[in-house]
Ligand binder design. Structure first.
Ligand code: S3P
Length: 176
């Protein structure tokens, strides 16, 4: 039986916020993968990208996911690029159901406006163009990784969490 709820999705789709609500409502531990990576590296995500480069960040991400995927009954909120290394998804799927949060470009732009500096990949002059490029490139990776999709654009964080719980109640092979 799988028992982890794995949240994936592009930056700004609400993975961390929804993860916090889900963990509280279900009385589960929340693993925020970017926070684990920060701890492992002893520096912030932008510092890792700027000083060490994306490849080093991805290696830390692989290690953090490997550890997280071992646990049970957790909510695992991943970084948006977790799908790029398929080993991550293979590991996460052994113990968890992968929920893909999506949002319109407009919604993503609104949500990232407040903390754009924390996201080195889209900390550019024209984030909309960059986001579209990244989404186009990543689409097959997200498609391959996804068990359930929730479009979050018109929903509150609580509503997204509620929808996930509803859908997982009847999910075969999953222990809620
Ligand atoms: C990334 C998303 C970020 C963070 C890093 C890389 C990505 O996480 O892991 O900046 O490649 O999409 P969020 O999706 O939580 O912003």
């Amino acid at each position: 039986m799988k028992s982890n709820i794995v949240l994936i999705g592009f930056m700004g789709t609400g993975k961390t916020a929804v993860g916090q609500v889900l963990a509280k409502r279900l009385d589960r531990q929340l693993i925020e993968v970017d926070a684990v990576i920060k701890k492992m590296a002893g520096k912030t995500i932008p510092e890792i990208f700027n000083n060490d480069g994306e490849i080093v960040f991805r290696e830390l991400e692989i290690e953090a996911i490997k550890q997280a995927a071992i646990g049970e009954k957790q909510v695992i909120a991943c970084g948006g690029g977790v799908v790029l290394n398929t080993i991550n998804i293979d590991r996460l799927r052994v113990t968890g159901v992968v929920v893909n949060l999506t949002a319109s470009l407009e919604t993503i732009l609104k949500r990232i406006a407040t903390d754009g500096d924390n996201r080195p990949l889209i900390n550019v002059n024209w984030p909309a163009e960059r986001i579209k490029e990244l989404q186009k490139f990543r689409k097959p990776f997200y498609d391959r990784a996804t068990d359930l999709t929730i479009n979050t654009s018109k929903l509150s964080i609580d509503n997204v969490a509620g929808k996930i719980i509803e859908r997982l109640k009847n999910y075969e092979g999953f222990n809620l």
